[in-house]
Design a protein around this ligand. Structure first.
Ligand SMILES: NC(=O)c1ccc[n+]([C@@H]2O[C@H](COP(=O)([O-])OP(=O)(O)OC[C@H]3O[C@@H](n4cnc5c(N)ncnc54)[C@H](OP(=O)(O)O)[C@@H]3O)[C@@H](O)[C@H]2O)c1
Length: 285
């Protein structure tokens, strides 16, 4: 950790949270440059680090340069920094979907490029980093510096997965399924409860004792053992009732997800006959 000087280009949620976390673990965070001065100032205030007014000043001071802009801005920023002296610099972006191949032409510089994705939902930029110490990081890239970055993340107390560039889209798909899609499902549930007169704030509170123990069960026992509900029980009448009241889009979602649950249910209860349920889920009703 001693020879690492960290700078962030793009002072948003990931940059502020990671910067605060790295600092809390004793790492040297030099500071932030961002599209707007206000964001760089806010980030540097929260992390007690420097606000940079130019990219070249940040590059001069730092050897670990994080590009933490939205995904679609990473290559623009990379093209901007390409013109500076990148000797011995480690350039890291934090996109889950893109690989280090986004750093086009890096082989003609003396820098090394990586993607480092924290498997964590960053929703705030207030300097808090609750439970980030439990997050896994996924590192992709090549060259000798790979192990320096891996060592740095491990020194924070986090686990690191190493993957290759071709695996990144699938890897990110897995993250989206578990994170964004859970949010989408909860929002569907809240909308349906609203239709029967339960207001959104109450609905979210009411759903939590349903959702959270479920997640904790999955953590403790895995998906198969944690499976409950009408698909697992083979409750055909109940499932038909749901399909009768669902809108067309809810019905499609319901059937697609129930097919996934059915496969898990079959593993859990190999002697139970799910033939009729299979037919219903694959029919037009
Ligand atoms: N959010 C998550 O849960 C999460 C999780 C893992 C990985 N990631 C990845 O982390 C990266 C950052 O995500 P985020 O959620 O932190 O995004 P964000 O909150 O929207 O922050 C992005 C920051 O980039 C700055 N920016 C935009 N264009 C720029 C440019 N051309 N030059 C310099 N700064 C620029 C913006 O600046 P201003 O504020 O100055 O306008 C903004 O503060 C993305 O690659 C994302 O895929 C996100």
């Amino acid at each position: 950790m001693n020879n690492i000087n960290i700078g962030f280009i793009g002072a948003g949620k990931v940059a502020v949270t990671l910067g605060s976390y790295f600092k809390s673990r004793g790492a040297c965070v030099n500071g932030y440059f961002s599209k707007t001065k206000a964001s760089a100032k806010n980030a540097s205030n929260l992390t007690n680090s420097q606000e940079y007014f130019s990219i070249d000043a940040l590059i001069n001071d730092c050897n670990f340069i994080f590009i933490t802009t939205p995904d679609d801005e990473i290559s623009n920023v990379w093209n901007k920094i390409l013109k500076y002296n990148l000797d011995k610099k480690i350039i890291i972006h934090t996109s889950g979907a893109h690989s280090s191949k986004i750093f086009c032409g890096i082989e003609n510089t003396k820098a090394c490029g990586f993607s480092l994705h924290p498997m964590y939902a960053f929703s705030k930029k207030d300097g808090s980093f609750k439970n980030l110490d439990n997050a896994f990081f996924t590192l992709e890239g090549s060259g000798e510096k790979l192990f320096q970055i891996e060592g740095f993340i491990k020194s924070l107390g986090n686990t690191v997965f190493l993957i290759n560039d071709e695996q990144k889209p699938l890897y990110h798909l897995a993250n989206v399924m578990a994170s964004n899609f859970v949010l989408a499902l909860i929002s569907q549930s809240v909308e349906i409860l609203d239709e029967i007169g339960i207001p959104n704030d109450k609905a979210i509170c009411a759903l939590m004792p349903l959702v959270l123990p479920n997640i904790l069960n999955i953590k403790d026992c895995g998906t198969t053992s944690s499976l409950t509900g009408p698909v697992e029980r083979n409750d055909i009448c109940t499932i038909k009732k749901h399909l009768e009241v669902a809108s067309i889009s809810q019905k499609n979602l319901y059937k697609d997800l129930s097919k996934v649950l059915l496969n898990i249910a079959k593993d859990k209860n190999p002697t139970r006959d799910y033939t009729e349920l299979f037919k219903i889920l694959n029919s037009d009703i």
